[in-house]
Structures are given as structure tokens and as C-alpha cells.
Design a protein around this ligand. Structure first.
Ligand code: ADP
Ligand code: MG
Length: 271
């Protein structure tokens, strides 16, 4: 059996009685790249929140490398090696990509100390390598506000990696990106997956197809289905969840259904 980096056991999160997560069971192998999908309100963000400690389970437990996170505050969980990328990039726009990465790899020091001290040659090498990995070598020394949206996303993923987490949590990394940038981010995550465990939440099914080996479908706070992308897209319950939600009237039904098909990207062939 492979080592688990993350285990979620019977986790329920209740908000005033409403179960955003409902007896959720999930595990991730060391070194695995997993994509989580699910309709709006399925519990995806709450799922990440219980891993980072932002939200504590009402019941059940979350284990990271076998350690129960129950009594740990968010910043300590982060220090154990869990890094989270939020949907909108959180980078220093008035600094260069290189400086942004330097700051991230020196979290314990403040911004000024990082900028004005001379970094060691080992540190410079790591940053140079990381700039290459995220495809920003040629733009390493321009102000970050000049970067495209996709380049900013890649920079933020790089900043996450600079903190050397073992587990990367990435929330909708390609929302609003062009097709080309989406593919770039996909390739970056695939490259990072060689040395990290990664959990990605994503709606864009073409992107999911590009990067996913195993997909987990969340629905009403529980795991509805796990499998390859083909297994998931052909599962009647998954199709039902995406297409069978109550719709207001028949006129909007046609439109809604085709929109949802589009989201699942199974419109052309699978149905
Ligand atoms: P997703 O990210 O899959 O869209 P969320 O995890 O954000 O879903 O939310 C799951 C459900 O829990 C939703 O119905 C949402 O309204 C509810 N929920 C999330 N956070 C809270 C909260 N702090 N208080 C009350 N309800 C919440
Ligand atoms: Mg969400």
C-alpha cells in the first residue's frame, strides 16, 4: 500500500445544522495529483478549508502525514507543509517575479530584509530554477503588474512552491485564462507533480482532462464518484448531478442543460 499524505475520515462540517461536508472520506497518496470537481455548493471550498484548518470539522478527522490536525491553528498547519493557492493571484505587483519568489522563500524575514540583503548563491540558483519551471525567466526582472493574467497565476504557483510545501492545494487555477495559458498552467502542474502531492479544484473539463489521472466528484458534501476522467464523465450519477438539478422552467431548461454540458464538456460525444 502506498503512503498517504492526506486522509480525511468521516468528516462532517455543519453550519447551523446544514452539512457543507457530510461524512466525507478521502485520501491522497504521496506524490499524487488529484483533481476535485463538483457542482456549485458541493463543498469543494469547505473541503480545502478543513485541510488548511480555516474550518474545523464538526465530526471526523483530518490527518496530514499521519498527524491529526485537529488542535492545530492555520499557521501551524501551513508550516507542516501545506500550501494553498487562492483563486485570485496574491502577488506583489510593484515587485518583479524574481523578488516575489525571493520573498516567498524567505517567509520568516520581512520584505525589506529580503530585498536589501545579498542572497546566497544556492538561493539564487533555486530561484533561477524556479523561474524556469514557471516559464518566467525572460520576464524575471520586470514589474509583476506588467505580466498577463496567466503569468501572474504561474508566478503565484511558483511563490507557493518557493515555500517548499509537500502538499499543494490549488483552487481553480485556470479560471479566466486563455486556452494557451490554461495549457501552460497545466504543464506547470504536471511538472510540479513530479516532486509534490497536489490537489486541484477545477471546473474546466478540458483542463481536467489535460492534467488528471484520478478525479474525485463531490456532491452534497460527500464523494459521489472517484475514477479516471472517462469513468467519471460516463457515470450516470455524475451526469445526473450536473444535468438533473431542478430547473425553473422548460425554456431555460434547454439553455441550462447545454450550459452544464458545456461545463462538463461532454456535449459532443458522450451523451
Ligand atoms: P463549493 O466550493 O463546492 O461551491 P462550498 O464549500 O463553498 O461549495 O459550500 C458548500 C455549501 O456550504 C454551500 O451550500 C454553502 O452555501 C454552504 N456554506 C459554505 N460556507 C458556509 C458558512 N460559513 N456558513 C453557512 N453556510 C456555508
Ligand atoms: Mg467554492
Amino acid at each position: 500500500m502506498k503512503d498517504k499524505i492526506l486522509e480525511i475520515e468521516d468528516v462532517t462540517v455543519s453550519f447551523d445544522g446544514f452539512k457543507a461536508l457530510n461524512n466525507l472520506n478521502f485520501s491522497l497518496d504521496v506524490g499524487e495529483l488529484r483533481v476535485i470537481i463538483g457542482p456549485n455548493g458541493a463543498g469543494k471550498t469547505t473541503f480545502l478549508d478543513v485541510i488548511t484548518g480555516k474550518t474545523k470539522p464538526t465530526q471526523g478527522r483530518v490527518l496530514f502525514k499521519g498527524r491529526n490536525l485537529k488542535s492545530l491553528p492555520e499557521h501551524q498547519i501551513s508550516r507542516l507543509g501545506i500550501g494553498r493557492k487562492f483563486q485570485t493571484p496574491r502577488i506583489y505587483l510593484n515587485l518583479t517575479p524574481r523578488e516575489n519568489l525571493e520573498i516567498s522563500s524567505n517567509r520568516q524575514k520581512n520584505v525589506f530584509a529580503t530585498l536589501f540583503k545579498h542572497s546566497s548563491s544556492a538561493e539564487r540558483k533555486t530561484i533561477t530554477g524556479l523561474l524556469e519551471t514557471i516559464g518566467l525567466s525572460s520576464n524575471a526582472d520586470i514589474r509583476a503588474d506588467k505580466l498577463s493574467h496567466g503569468e501572474k497565476q504561474r508566478l503565484e504557483i511558483g511563490m507557493l512552491v518557493a515555500q517548499s510545501p509537500d502538499l499543494l492545494l490549488v483552487d481553480e487555477p485556470v479560471a479566466g485564462l486563455t486556452d494557451e495559458e490554461t495549457e501552460n498552467v497545466g504543464n506547470l502542474l504536471l511538472a510540479l507533480a513530479e516532486s509534490h502531492s497536489i490537489l486541484v479544484i477545477e471546473h474546466d473539463m478540458e483542463f481536467v482532462r489535460q492534467i488528471a489521472r484520478q478525479v474525485t466528484v463531490l456532491h452534497q458534501g460527500s464523494v459521489l464518484k472517484e475514477g479516471t476522467i472517462d469513468e467519471v464523465q460516463n457515470d450516470p450519477r455524475v451526469i445526473e448531478v450536473y444535468l438533473g438539478q431542478p430547473l425553473e422552467d422548460t425554456a431555460s431548461e434547454v439553455q441550462h442543460s447545454s450550459e452544464k454540458l458545456e461545463t462538463l464538456n461532454i456535449g459532443n460525444s458522450k451523451l
